[in-house]
Design a protein around this ligand. Structure first.
Ligand code: NAD
Length: 469
């Protein structure tokens, strides 16, 4: 960023932040009705600009329209509807019981907006992951500044337009740009920072937040495993995994990163996997590169990263069981299945975040569990089995942000569940009530009656000093 441009950005951010700080004080007293009006304005804009939203996201990486409708627009509108329906209930102070020594007092939890918030979004679901947290911020009564990802410029510009046409900048604002813009924003003393992105950048955000002791929600990534035991329905597992892995071209934080399959069914599972890939992405047998139902890699830098991961794995002995076809000018990378993997390969070390699927076999469930537990705690974990004991065993003996039996990715759409990671895959939770709580201070309130207190016998002078109590 040039010096002059940087100064302008700094000044604009300073002014907007100052305006939002003032607004945040008023927002403390904002009624549910006022917050609902803001949510409805957002809802209406989305409804009235449906095709503009589709066009912008499609222009960024050819995400299929059906995927845009489900994974970008529907997810946000359902989050809004859920907040509109439940907000009266969420904001109500929650009474807590009074223990005997506190008799005469009343205690409750009061939900106050944290104040000013910053939302930093990634590129992979650029609309949903910027606006989902915004819904929670508005529901909780916070102001918000959004920093969309620079990697999806069409969606970033659309988000800016949406916000400028819908909100006063003292309530919600967008600052587009690269890392430098994020850094200027991070220098401000926000009350809450909601970040979605990689664990590496998550650490940078946490350090910056520490400077002001801003609270944080970190929605990060990692290697999410899918375990297929010998009691799984192979076709059902393969079909669901192909969808969960290759939707958005594998660029999904909760996509199955790698497969752990029981050795007894490995061959059959691999065959079914390939059949399902062809059925979903190449029904006319013209080649997957012709499919309009398959997104592209976001840019040439990430395409190169995918190619390097594949080359490194093959060099170290991995076998390309299916796929591997690349069309550079289109950022096309075919769904690719790998076998013969070892831990030295980069593909088994870093989050793949693209359409490469390593398949490893195990001899018994204990071995699969130990393998998962040797890696950082994943964002999601999937188990495919008809044996509920096996499913519960894996769920109980591993730690992950979310866990799903016999499906993939679906928990993201369940508004009643908290969504998020654990340690390396994230800190704090999002969605629905949990998103509302992320942007709220759960203030503990205790009301005593004038002239009364149960603690008087504990005041000095301490008559009981030296006695056993
Ligand atoms: P990223 O961490 O590179 O970038 C995310 C955002 O942070 C962008 O807006 C970017 O401009 C900003 N940023 C980048 N470097 C920064 C820095 N040094 N200082 C301040 N801000 C900086 O992530 P990405 O490539 O956009 O997204 C991919 C990652 O996000 C994957 O790891 C994926 O698993 C994760 N993710 C997680 C979730 C979730 O809900 N947990 C959802 C989607 C993606």
């Amino acid at each position: 960023m040039e010096t002059i441009a940087r100064e302008n950005v700094q000044q604009a951010i300073d002014e907007t932040f100052a305006a939002q700080r003032i607004q945040a004080k008023y927002n403390r007293l904002s009624s549910v009705k006022e917050r609902k009006i803001l949510l409805e304005k957002l809802q209406n804009w989305i409804k009235n600009n449906h095709s503009d939203i589709q066009r912008a996201i499609h222009a960024d990486f050819k995400k299929p329209y059906a995927e845009i409708d489900l994974s970008e627009i529907f997810v946000v509108t359902s989050e809004i509807k859920h907040a509109l329906k439940n907000l009266d209930h969420w904001v109500k102070p929650k009474k807590v019981p009074t223990p005997i020594p506190m008799l005469g007092t009343k205690s409750y939890v009061q939900y106050e907006p944290k104040g000013t918030s910053l939302i930093i979004a990634p590129w992979n679901y650029p609309f949903n992951l910027a606006l989902g947290p915004l819904v929670s911020a508005i529901a909780a009564g916070c102001t918000a500044i959004i920093k969309p990802s620079e990697m999806t410029p069409h969606t970033s510009a659309l988000l800016r337009r949406l916000v400028e046409e819908t909100f006063d900048k003292s309530q919600v604002a967008v600052f587009e740009g690269e890392v430098e813009v994020a850094q200027v924003l991070l220098s401000k003393p926000f009350d809450h920072i909601f970040f979605t992105g990689s664990p590496a950048v998550g650490k940078i955000i946490m350090k910056a937040a520490a400077e002001h002791l801003s609270s944080i929600t970190l929605e990060l990534g990692g290697k999410s495993p899918a375990v297929i035991d010998n009691k799984a329905d192979i076709k059902d597992a393969a079909e669901k995994i192909v969808w969960g892995k290759f939707v958005n071209c594998g660029q999904t934080c909760i996509a199955p990163d790698y497969i752990l399959v029981h050795q007894a069914i490995k061959d059959e599972f691999l065959k079914e996997l390939v059949q399902q890939i062809k059925k979903m992405y190449d029904p006319s047998k013209k080649g997957i590169e012709k499919s309009k139902d398959y997104a592209r890699i976001v840019n040439s830098k990430h395409l190169k990263r995918m190619k390097n991961l594949l080359a490194d794995a093959e060099l170290k002995g991995a076998v390309k069981y299916f796929g591997g076809h690349v069309e550079e000018e289109e950022n096309f990378f075919e769904p690719t299945v790998l076998t013969g993997l070892t831990e030295e390969m980069e593909v088994m070390q870093e989050e793949i975040f693209g359409p490469i699927l390593p398949v490893i076999s195990f001899a018994d469930l204990e071995e699969a569990i130990n393998y998962i537990n040797l890696k950082p705690k994943p964002l999601a974990l999937y188990v495919f089995s008809k044996d509920s004991e096996n499913i519960n065993k894996v769920f109980k003996e591993t730690s992950s942000g979310g866990a799903v039996a016999n499906d993939c990715v679906l928990h993201f759409l369940q508004n009643e569940l908290p969504f998020g990671g654990v340690n390396n895959s994230g800190i704090g939770k999002a969605h629905g009530h949990f998103g509302f709580l992320a942007f709220s201070n759960e203030k503990s309130v205790l009301k005593q009656r004038v002239g009364l207190t149960a603690s008087k016998p504990l005041y000095p002078p301490y008559g009981f000093a030296g006695k056993k109590i």
